[in-house]
Write a protein that binds this ligand. Sequence first.
Ligand SMILES: Cc1cc2nc3c(=O)[nH]c(=O)nc-3n(C[C@H](O)[C@H](O)[C@H](O)COP(=O)(O)OP(=O)(O)OC[C@H]3O[C@@H](n4cnc5c(N)ncnc54)[C@H](O)[C@@H]3O)c2cc1C
Length: 420
Amino acid sequence: MLLIITGQRPMTEARNTVHNTDIVIIGGGIAGLWLLNRLCNTGYNAVLLESKALGSDQTVASQGMIHGGIKYTLGGALTGASEAIADMPDHWRRCLAGEGDVNLSGARILSDHFYLWSSASVTSRFTTFVASKATRGRVDPVSRDARPPLLDHPRFKGNLYKLVDMVLDVPSVVKALAGNYRHRIYLIDWQHTTLHRNTNGVISLESHGSHESLLLNGRSFIFSAGQGNEELLNVVGATSPQMQLRPLQQVMVWHRNPHTFYGHCLGTDTTPRLTISSHPMADGAQVWYLGGSLAEKGASQTAQEVIKAAKVELAELMPWVDLSQARWATLPVQRAEPRQRNFARPDKAFATWVEGCDNLIAAWPTKLTLSPNLATEVLGLLDEKGIGPSGEQAPVINLPAPPLAETPWQEAFGNTDEDA
Ligand SMILES: Cc1cc2nc3c(=O)[nH]c(=O)nc-3n(C[C@H](O)[C@H](O)[C@H](O)COP(=O)(O)OP(=O)(O)OC[C@H]3O[C@@H](n4cnc5c(N)ncnc54)[C@H](O)[C@@H]3O)c2cc1C
């Protein structure tokens, strides 16, 4: 539970350590971890506080697609915001090569491309879209003899295109980002921690251990806690920015079919009808992780209903694939975003100074892909207020380190006995 005490901070007898730091980041998903790396690389002394495990909630539940936004232009013209996302795959590639503003050289690329394919019924709209200027030559048609093994079947119908965007093994991204600044990342227990906002709107944090209490001051606090931002903002008494949640129910298919696949199947909606990503399991099997419209509609269905719908989709789109030995599970999960008019999908990263608080930024990347963009936005906000790196050493805080989050498929299938 989070607490806020406004006005005069109460004196506690046990408080004996005061830490001053440039930046305190709360929330260790992709947004917080990327921010920590970018800020520290820029010379800030920053610390990150996580309440569960690094990458929890959305980050390790994502499909890991680092895309230039083409699927978001399916419904219309290229906007300014989708121009911002278009630069992101190259940005990530530089970081993965160890040559970017954040070092991701320890992270693993699952695929350096993914596919877009149309079911036969929407072929003509799809062909028109791919030929349009919105795709700007980043989508290549795949000839019959170059089809991926999964779709290389006489019964495959529709058109197939290849996007040069990539898919990452997200747990390895989390591990790499956390590993770069391990000594700046701490586990926070809100049962024993209090956020304060003083009469000037300055936020600070006080944590009470059994032997020691600590007070943490930051020239800026950043809330990057995904859906946890709402509660954090509430406790500091902020009424904006507001958040919206987009519920999904993803489907996970554990199987030993040898073919990995990463791609979107386009249906009649602007959201892909089905998105498939493939994730390796320690036992040599793989999990196909299914999203898109299936998961959006699935949010209001039972697990059994959405699994049934997934079986129907796969049987219709790739009837030659034998999934009779597969195991099925679902993941209800919510995308957390800054609130938009008409519940629209934001297509750029969001960060803002929080009104009524002097030193607080709230941030949502809105997509994994846009984390580099979010960090640039935050650096701009700090610069606006003249908050540059202080040159002071980062504090060493007497708190434990958080673990790395398990993936949903490890949780669902990781400990099952195949012969059970
Ligand atoms: C099913 C799914 C698939 C997706 N696929 C893609 C994709 O392929 N490509 C893409 O670009 N985007 C994708 N996204 C979106 C992307 O995953 C999210 O935009 C991104 O992960 C959000 O990161 P975040 O760090 O803001 O939040 P989160 O990943 O939700 O992390 C929040 C962190 O804050 C911690 N926290 C919460 N409350 C507190 C608190 N009070 N104190 C301390 N810590 C706290 C949590 O434990 C967690 O570690 C997908 C999202 C979903 C749900």
